[in-house]
Write a protein that binds this ligand. Structure first.
Ligand SMILES: NC(=O)c1ccc[n+]([C@@H]2O[C@H](COP(=O)([O-])OP(=O)(O)OC[C@H]3O[C@@H](n4cnc5c(N)ncnc54)[C@H](O)[C@@H]3O)[C@@H](O)[C@H]2O)c1
Ligand SMILES: [Zn+2]
Length: 400
């Protein structure tokens, strides 16, 4: 009889328990482990998720069935929950998700980075390239999000299991999927937002201004600004000043690695605030600044914190937040500033993000403390209201 060690061990254990080990079918868990239906949290109206139950479909040869473990609530979910700007309702939201592969089609062998995939692996999804479903990470040079879709922001379809606020998700062939079994659950939930900052820092590096000893200002200490600080720290940049109006967030920015913090509410007028930032750097303006708020006023302000010849990465406006006033002469020309914008990320940034999260943990940054609230799936409405009230930092749905 031809058996490998694992099968023999299973056989012995089963006999010890008085049962016969059932031979698991290739590419699936033992029969009975996967239910016939899955719950999803479907946004059916403004500020209203309903828990619906749908059959788990037969998988195609290129598809993957994932048992969802958790998914972060994003600012984009908040917009969709409140106003449906993307006209997606009814929609299963949740794009910052992760879970375990419980079944795969026979053609699925590797993830988008070429790493082997098997049942039991923990995965995340990235973008789906509508115009080119065959795209892999190795084909990408500088492709950003043009023509890309994301699970959790897809129109409802006949299968319905296409968002991460659910018990199960079907990853269709042609999607980008990554094996992240070596990361813990909290880290995996933070991959998507962290990838935004990996991309922003890559954009910042193109200016040639960001160096080990740069003085860096990070304006806005929500999840985005805080992850920015963590990434700068893992790169060895230490001279970081965080700017926000919420003292609790500024305190956490210090924990995350900012050397100093500036509360803009302590200053009257932009001149005084700029002096406050300068003082925090020991009498110097910033060499480089990251703008991580969605406030046009904050965009106008940030130029005043940057030295002549310095650089700025603006990443705070994922969606249109309105116009900002600047003085092009003083703020850009006379300073000879280098300004870059940053929006979302590429597949390559995803792979870098996995390493960042391991490194951050390795040097003791409290990245996992960003997840301040966890709710089960059936409390998805409460999770979103908690997020809207801005009581914590990252709110997540975590399945039992
Ligand atoms: N570029 C991208 O691809 C991308 C991706 C995701 C999110 N974003 C954007 O990044 C921004 C930040 O995201 P978040 O989740 O951290 O949001 P958040 O609302 O939790 O945090 C924003 C922070 O900015 C602070 N703030 C507001 N006005 C300020 C001012 N004038 N000066 C200093 N601080 C000020 C707030 O107190 C808050 O702590 C959002 O606008 C979001 O849309 C961009
Ligand atoms: Zn997001």
């Amino acid at each position: 009889m031809d058996m490998n060690i694992e099968d023999i061990v299973k056989q012995v254990l089963a006999e010890m328990q008085g049962t016969q080990a059932a031979a698991p079918a290739a590419g699936s868990r033992p029969a009975g482990a996967i239910p016939k239906t899955s719950r999803v949290a479907m946004l059916t109206g403004l500020e209203k998720f309903e828990i619906r139950e749908y059959p788990i479909p037969e998988l195609g040869d290129d598809d993957i069935l994932v048992k969802v473990e958790g998914c972060g609530v994003c600012g984009t979910d908040a917009h969709e929950f409140k106003r449906d700007p993307f006209s997606l309702i009814p929609v299963v939201l949740g794009h910052e998700g992760t879970g375990e592969i419980v079944k795969m089609g026979k053609n699925v062998k590797k993830d988008s980075a070429g790493k082997a995939l098997t049942v039991g692996d923990k995965v995340v999804t990235c973008m789906i390239f509508k115009d080119n479903p065959d795209i892999t990470m190795f084909d990408l040079n500088k492709q950003n999000v043009g023509g890309a879709d994301v699970y959790g922001l897809l129109p409802d379809d006949d299968i319905h299991l296409n968002g991460w606020f659910a018990d199960y998700l079907v990853i269709r062939g042609g999607s980008s999927v990554f094996n992240v079994s070596d990361l813990d659950l909290d880290s995996r939930i933070l991959i998507e937002p962290a990838a935004v900052l990996i991309h922003a820092v890559e954009r910042a590096k193109t200016t040639g201004i960001l160096r080990f000893n740069s003085r860096v200002a990070v304006q806005g200490c929500g999840p985005i600004g805080l992850l920015c600080i963590a990434i700068l720290r893992t790169m060895g940049i230490e001279n970081i000043v965080a700017i926000d109006g919420e003292q609790k967030r500024l305190d956490f920015a210090r924990e995350m690695g900012a050397e100093k913090s500036v509360n803009f509410k302590d200053y009257k007028g932009i001149e005084a605030l700029a002096d406050g930032v300068k003082d925090a750097f020991g009498g110097y303006l910033a060499d480089f600044a990251f703008q991580c708020t969605g406030s046009p006023v904050a965009h106008s302000n940030i130029y005043k914190f940057i030295r002549n010849g310095g650089g700025l990465c603006e990443l705070g406006f994922f969606i249109n937040g309105g116009d900002a006033t600047i003085n092009p002469h003083f703020d850009i020309c006379a300073k000879e500033l280098t300004v870059v914008g940053s929006w979302v990320y590429t597949l390559r940034d995803y792979a870098t993000t996995f390493d960042f999260l391991k490194r951050a943990k390795g040097i003791g940054l409290p990245v996992h403390k960003l997840i301040t609230h966890k709710f089960p799936l059936d409390q998805v409405n409460e999770a979103h209201f908690t997020n809207l009230r801005m009581e914590g930092l990252k709110v997540a749905i975590v399945n039992e």
